[in-house]
Write a protein that binds this ligand. Sequence first.
Ligand SMILES: CC(C)(COP(=O)(O)OP(=O)(O)OC[C@H]1O[C@@H](n2cnc3c(N)ncnc32)[C@H](O)[C@@H]1OP(=O)(O)O)[C@@H](O)C(=O)NCCC(=O)NCCS
Length: 393
Amino acid sequence: MAELKECVLVDGVRTPNARAHPQKGWFRNRRPDELLTYVYQALFERNPKVKAEDVEAVFCGTANQTGMQNDIARLGWLASGLPECVATNGINQQCPSGMAATEHACRAIMAGEGDIYVASGVEDMMNVPMAMGMDFPPRIADRYNPAEIPMGPTAEKVAEAYGINREDTEKMAYWSHMRAKEARDSGKFKDEIVPIPGLDDEGNETMIDKDQWIRDNPSMEQMAGMQPAFKPDGVVTAATSSPLTVGAAALLLMSRDKADESGLGYHLRYGGGCMVGCDPTMMGIGPLLSTRKLLERLGLKPDDIDVWELNEAFGTQGLAVLRELGVEENAPFDKTNLWGGALALGHPLGESGVRLLVTLNNIMKNERPEARRAVAMLCGGFGNANSSMWEKV
Ligand SMILES: CC(C)(COP(=O)(O)OP(=O)(O)OC[C@H]1O[C@@H](n2cnc3c(N)ncnc32)[C@H](O)[C@@H]1OP(=O)(O)O)[C@@H](O)C(=O)NCCC(=O)NCCS
């Protein structure tokens, strides 16, 4: 067997994340394939030394692969006018779909199957709502209580099991918005966001270049007054749930040799990934298990990780994972979601695993240049979880 190659992250881009709403969403005139077109084309425009026909394969994560998202990996690539000769592969792991797509590309590069891959993720939760076209296997009910499987109830169950209170999750939401707002206002997202034509609140055509869900003035009082979203005496509200969102993101991944030969810069290398399955009624705790397993395999401890990106699917599960790992106790966080998380930025399911890495790449470069290692992690519907480690080269 040949030695494993190194896989480096050459570039990453994303669309702004917009609200998935037929009257209020800034991308209410867009389709998910169009969002992919913008990010794919931006990758090649930003990196003219890379020719699209030299890409070995494109992996695209999408959680709900039906309707406009049916084989969107292939159809989105072709609709972008990109070369037919490039293989495409749709990946589904629910919310970590984009991260799974990235890991598949990294592993193929390391195994020497190809030098250039695109990993991407997309979800349009307006045109393809969660559970659209879903036909649940009846036998799942023999094993689990079907009422406990939807995402909201799992977030309540994790809160109960790990003793997470509502006020701490609201603090987490507050800081998620504050950090995202600060990053937006100081231009930190400029390197990663591809502006896209959309509609403003009044319905005028305009270029959208910022995330729609970020609140300029998050209020602890207002949050405290909101009704529980999933059960009458529950702790989870719309403010502490990732909102329904539309967005796409893509990464250019290459073997280090090829990037050097092509004169392309990079500063992160794929250090390893780990997927786990867990109880679907406790799906939010999954990243604790995938991260523990990953770090153990790499011979690392949570303290060896300088920067974390945790997908804030819900405040309850996010806090439980961070506390159990011993990374953070409460917001504001010291090394997690430094530019905000999904509570403020939104969570277009299949996109988020890629979006975390796009942002992480820029945080490691610009915000924490001294940091050596980072981990990104996500939970996913039905008990999917995924974590990956990235290190400075
Ligand atoms: C929680 C949930 C049901 C709420 O959906 P919804 O009822 O459509 O609510 P919205 O997100 O539109 O928010 C309701 C209102 O609360 C407001 N709101 C949200 N966060 C707020 C905050 N921090 N402070 C004040 N108001 C807030 C919204 O702006 C909206 O009001 P508006 O329409 O006047 O702007 C939905 O967001 C959800 O299901 N989230 C989880 C998605 C999921 O499962 N993802 C996968 C995770 S694994």
